[in-house]
Write a protein that binds this ligand. Structure first.
Ligand code: APR
Length: 384
């Protein structure tokens, strides 16, 4: 006989762990199956900002203390245009709504600990996960056995198995831009910093009191930053951030960040629901990847609770349309932001450079434009 539970959650990233905690707090039984081991899940470095909307989700669930306690709030974003500083006060333009600076691995570690300490059933190293009968009575098999559930949540990221169980249409976009990122022992900037210049885009974000993560735009196909000597990376950072005195430091990690976008439609099929990267990949511009995962999980948790407690599936059946509205809103925002900060570069045609400058200037001249930007940064519930 297979085991039974209300919900099988595949994947223990931000989407799966948020959903697991929200269900646990509402006494809905669930089993989380995670392909990797605990240390892999806990150590994986990714995003660094939970937007205001995401913070509210944890607060409303009574999880703020467990998950975001002590984390600083976002304030200024410095957009440095050709060496000229411009400070954007997002919270001031968004009615005080501010994001929380919390590295993804910290969020994941805390969500994982809270779920497991609360008696949650999380199975690591679950190999060979496969989905069956998702349009009737779903079953999930894996090397450790078979589980029958009323519903399955596919939270297993872009490389997972869940999305392949849905007859779907995929939308992809290659932005034609690459990012090279380095972690360095270099003092953090006073505020999150983005450099916009004819030399290309660069950024610097603090990572604790003594380290920074830097980003440098590069041209995929035409250059490979993995060949760049560290000195060259520092020289480009100084140029693009407009700061000849930027101190260097030991580079402790180097990575390539893919700037691509992906959406699969629909996000649900029968009793299978996709959440997070399983359904959509977004560029890091605007920092919405983790936030979309948390927002999907929140809407899905509420819909599952309604279905399992009250036999009312209306919210579940609107899950895909609702989450896709937010996804496309954020994709559009991310693309808008990407163009604004990358099109100033010398490889953009002069017309696009002028458009990017107009977009940038409007942020600091027009309250409606500033409010739009700040609202998207804070995260929006307007789709629900
Ligand atoms: N079976 C079980 N688990 C799986 C499988 C599988 N076949 N395939 C993948 N997984 C696990 C991965 O090991 C990972 O822990 O699913 C999890 C997916 O987590 P994420 O990729 O972090 O995706 P998600 O939870 O949607 O969070 C999205 O995290 O990846 C970042 O930038 C992304 O910020 C975004 C956010």
């Amino acid at each position: 006989m297979p085991e039974t539970t209300d919900v099988v959650i595949i994947g223990a990233g931000p989407a799966g762990l948020t959903l697991a905690n929200l269900l646990q707090r509402n006494e809905i039984s669930c089993v989380v199956l995670e392909a990797r081991d605990r240390s892999y899940v806990e150590e994986r470095q990714r995003a660094g900002v939970l937007d205001h909307y995401g913070g509210e989700i944890f607060a409303a669930a009574g999880l703020a203390d467990a998950v975001i306690a002590g984390a600083p709030r976002e304030k200024f974003l410095e957009l440095r245009y050709a060496g000229e500083p411009h400070f954007f006060d997002g919270p001031a333009h968004a009615g005080g709504r501010a994001g929380v600076i919390v590295p993804q691995q910290l969020l994941v570690r805390r969500l994982l600990g809270t779920f497991v300490d609360g008696g949650g059933d999380l199975r690591f190293a679950a190999a060979g996960v496969a989905l069956h009968d998702v349009t009737s009575k779903p079953r999930v098999t894996y090397a450790g056995g078979e589980i029958q559930a009323a519903y399955v949540a596919g939270c297993d990221g872009f490389h997972g198995v869940s999305r392949h169980s849905i007859p779907s249409t995929d939308y992809t976009f290659d932005h034609g831009i690459g990012w090279y990122t380095v972690l360095a022992d270099a003092p953090p900037p006073r505020h999150a910093l983005m450099g916009i210049s004819e030399h290309g885009f660069a950024a610097q974000f603090g990572r604790g009191p003594t380290a920074s993560r830097f980003y440098l735009e590069y041209r995929p196909g035409a250059e490979d930053p993995r060949d760049w000597p560290d000195d060259y990376a520092w020289q480009q950072l100084r140029l693009r951030l407009g700061d000849p005195a930027l101190p260097g430091g030991t580079i402790t990690d180097k990575e390539i960040v893919e700037m691509r976008s992906f959406v699969t439609e629909p996000m649900a099929y029968g009793n299978l629901f996709l959440a997070g990267d399983a359904a959509h990949i977004i560029t890091p511009m605007g920092a919405k990847g983790m936030n979309l995962a948390v927002a999907d999980a929140d809407f899905l948790a509420k819909a599952l609770i309604r279905a399992l407690r009250g036999a009312d599936e209306a919210a579940l059946r609107s899950y895909s349309d609702t989450c896709l509205r937010r996804t496309w809103d954020y994709q559009e925002f991310s693309r808008w932001f990407t163009e604004m900060v990358h099109d100033a570069g010398a490889r953009s045609d002069p017309f696009r450079r002028r458009l990017a400058k107009a977009r940038f200037d409007r942020l600091f001249r027009n309250e409606a434009a500033a409010a739009y930007f700040a609202d998207m940064m804070a995260g929006t519930a307007s789709v629900e």
